[in-house]
Ligand binder design. Structure first.
Ligand code: AMP
Ligand code: MG
Length: 319
């Protein structure tokens, strides 16, 4: 069992010793280690059972710090940083040699982010190194949005979980890279495309579905809950599962033909932000429900709905 608490000093001490600490961010909980300490970074991969070809995001307290490990900041990146940091946006930029190759899986670019969660901000400011931190879950499983989620899956393997309450965004960060000066979204996430486009105009979205090292967070089968999840139109899919106990993960409205106690609605008022906050916790809830499988409904393809549908599609066995 890991200790769960709010002791920033203790978290900092462990991190300075090269140990791992689970940290709250506004997106999901992260499994953090000193990004400049190769042994600590290696422990992150081992603890998560994450393949080393899947690079890590480096978290810092502010733009001043980013300059320490990024070789060049294009002006468009600077515009995005000024507007959306601290917040759920990750930028992929050319790295300085100080960033170990293990962090970037040998790529010349490093993914960087300034998280907004107050506890983690304070922690980062008390350290003289940035934190490499992927989501604090075993590789391939649903990301944790509470300290208890982390404890349930990684509690045996880590010393301390910094408890910052349930996360307020609930989806991983939106990842943006630059190719020949053009911004490209590699992963949909907690900052929606329309908000980005309002600032910088049309942006290409290239969601990789393979094991391309550029975006393994995009691996096709990812974010999987304990029960098989089917994504699409529940009314059409239901006929395939006669005799099975079906759970329903819906957006606003229950299905009349299923028992109400096997259904969870992401946002009865139709608020996509609320749906994002609930998504991963609800996917886990079905682990405890007496159901054989989960039917998940497609949400409207607008705002955060796009990122939510992306996660459901990747969690699904039928897509
Ligand atoms: P996670 O930390 O689990 O949210 O996943 C981090 C994701 O960020 C990876 O799976 C990649 O998709 C992306 N990423 C991290 N570093 C890089 C990089 N250097 N270049 C491109 N994508 C990256
Ligand atoms: Mg992850």
């Amino acid at each position: 069992m890991a200790e769960i608490g709010t002791d920033i000093e203790k978290a900092a001490r462990l991190l300075r010793q090269g140990k791992l600490v689970a940290i709250p961010t506004e997106t999901v909980y992260g499994l953090a280690g000193n990004a400049f300490n190769e042994e600590a970074v290696l422990k992150i991969f081992e603890t998560k059972n994450r393949p080393q070809f899947d690079p890590l995001i480096v978290h810092s307290s502010g733009i001043e710090w980013i300059k320490e490990h990024v070789a060049e900041i294009p002006s468009l990146a600077r515009t995005l940083m000024d507007e959306f940091w601290p917040g759920p946006m990750t930028l992929v930029l050319p790295k300085k040699p100080i960033v170990p190759d293990l962090v970037t899986s040998g790529l010349d670019n490093v993914a960087v982010r300034v998280p907004s969660h107050p506890l983690t901000q304070e922690l980062l400011r008390s350290l003289n190194f940035p934190l490499a931190a992927p989501s604090a879950n075993p590789f391939g499983y649903v990301s944790p949005t509470t300290a208890q989620h982390v404890e349930d899956q990684l509690g045996e393997k880590i010393d301390y979980i910094l408890d910052g309450g349930p996360t307020t965004v609930g989806l991983e960060s939106t990842i943006i890279g630059f190719e020949e000066g053009k911004p490209i979204i590699y992963r949909l996430g907690g900052l929606s495309v329309d908000v980005i486009e309002d600032l910088i105009g049309p942006v290409e979205v290239t969601l990789n579905q393979s094991s391309d090292p550029k975006a393994p967070g995009m691996l096709k089968s990812h974010y999987a809950p304990g029960k098989p999840l089917y994504f699409g139109n529940p009314g059409e899919m239901i006929h395939e599962f006669e005799g099975k106990r079906i759970g329903f993960l819906g957006f606003m409205t229950r299905l009349e033909f299923l028992p109400p106690d096997r259904q969870l609605l992401l946002s009865p008022h139709g608020d996509l932000h609320e749906a994002a906050v609930n998504l991963f916790a609800f996917m886990r809830e079905f682990d405890k429900f007496p159901v054989d499988l989960i039917l998940a409904e497609r949400l409207p393809e607008i705002g955060l709905g796009r990122a939510i549908n992306d996660r459901l599609r990747r969690a699904a066995v039928n897509s």
